[in-house]
Design a protein around this ligand. Sequence first.
Ligand code: ATP
Length: 367
Amino acid sequence: MAKLTLKNLNKSFYKNREAIHAVSDLSIETKDGEFVALLGPSGCGKSTTLRMIAGLEDITSGEVLIGERKLNDLHPKDRNIGLAFENYAMYPPLSVYDNISFNMRAKNVPKETIKKEIDKMASLLDLKDLLAMNPSALSGGQKQRVNIARALIRRPEVLLLDEPLSHLDGKVRQKMRTEIKHLHNEINCTTIIVTHDQLEAMALADRIAIIKDGVLQQFGTPLEVFNHPQNEFVAGFIGEPPMNIFTVFATFKEGSVYLVSKNGKLRFNVPDKYKDYLEEGKEYRFGIRPTDISVVTDDQPYSTELNVTVFENVGEECRIHIKIEEDNILSIVSEEIYKLDTGDGIKIKFDSDRIHIFDVNTGERVE
Ligand code: ATP
């Protein structure tokens, strides 16, 4: 088992003499055996980070360590890291068995040892029926399993997975996701996965590092990043459908704090603790997840009457879309509100324990 540390990691590429800061001052420390996801939109620097850990990309500055062992100047093969990249080529003329055992054979490991190790991998990753096959005959999911077996057979201290599921579709993708989670529970090897899919990161990882433009935005458990996003970017990136986020301003009246939407159509009371954080008359970005908005009956004075723009009953839940001038608000309710239709008037209520307020300039969470 091993702890992986990234210390103030930087990577700049130069294009026409202009620097592209692919990774900026990234610091992350995993625990032994932890499963960590690097998550962010395309181009945010996830793969570059993984490649620096693997030794496939020079480090501009900063350090990569396993335990106390600094990896910066070590050759990739001396780092004791297993890599499973999305398009990691297999040797086409060789069987799956020979592909997995390639490095062991190159090191003259005795045949019986190789067989024992491969049998172990085969049962762990459900590969028994594939061992005699040629790589060209494998499906996407099977190729990924073989890739992971090839990485793990070296008994690495750290396993790196680069978008292992992105070319798989639907059910295969979900099945493989569960298999990877199961595998991690079995082998407990410190694992870093790169993904742009927040659901994948939430389902697999113990902790998620959310990156934007090469800069770490938040490093926390799936529940921490979901329930307590540190900034507006994280709030909007985590969660599907995404959080409703719109501009409000704060007003104080008779000792209570109210937030009012820019168009004035929504005016709601927020818990008193916000008195310490909000400034009278100042604009903020306000976030609320669709599942934290409920529809209330007429006699409860929570909001002014709003009109349903679109109503969808998707079986297990009802989705109510409300357009308030430039803002679109989505409420997801589980009650059976079958009767709503476009144009119907409703009132809504926000769960005040589950609101998120961000600074309008910095995007940072308030409180
Ligand atoms: P994706 O999900 O699309 O793979 P990513 O988050 O993994 O994206 P990177 O591939 O790490 O992002 O790229 C980060 C930034 O560095 C991007 O702006 C990219 O264009 C740039 N970059 C990556 N590799 C190089 C390179 N070899 N030369 C120049 N720029 C590069």
